[in-house]
Design a protein around this ligand. Sequence first.
Ligand code: ZN
Length: 223
Amino acid sequence: MSGAHLRAPGLEAAGIAHGFGLRDSPPVPELVRPRQVHGRGVARVAAAGAAAGAADAVVTAAPGVAVGIATADCVPLLVAADAGRAVAAVHAGWRGLAAGVIGAALAELRASAGDDAALRAAIGPHIGPCCYEVDAPVLEALGRFGAELAGALSPSRPGHHRLDLGALALRDLRDAGVAHDAIETATACCTSCDAARFHSYRRDGARAGRLVHWIRASALPRG
Ligand SMILES: [Zn+2]
């Protein structure tokens, strides 16, 4: 599988071109990526070659255009409306989750595809609760998740907890109206545990590389 990307089976079955990056994945030609700032900004891309600017989610309904984001432990999400009429790539670390980047991205996706569009989402490789320990300031920032934050935590050492970022991403997808059976987690493996396949900031520090994840809008024009 050298040089490949990870595919989410549901997106694959729906005929949506996409990939979650591995350490040795080849670059995707003409991929539009934002300059990521750990916020909730959403870039809407109207054409291939457009600049996405500063954002942590990128949406397009332009036929055949691929959008992407990069991660090294944060949660990557790829979302498609209908059969790829519009698509979104989202970068959600704890700051983005706290800020509500997933909800913002899905609102923009619905604005592009129509309120009646059926959404399908895949959560990609990110740091698992096995390897992700956080302290009180992070938990305070994530307070909007309420009881579900408590459910995503397990105590580690005094003042620290292990946190399941993927569980929070799942909550936001459901809150944004994505049907339970249209959310995939098969590719949500731990980036820190699997050094052979993934870059990890927690594991490798400042020298960590980035995994690039992408999704392409259907080549067929709308209508
Ligand atoms: Zn792990």
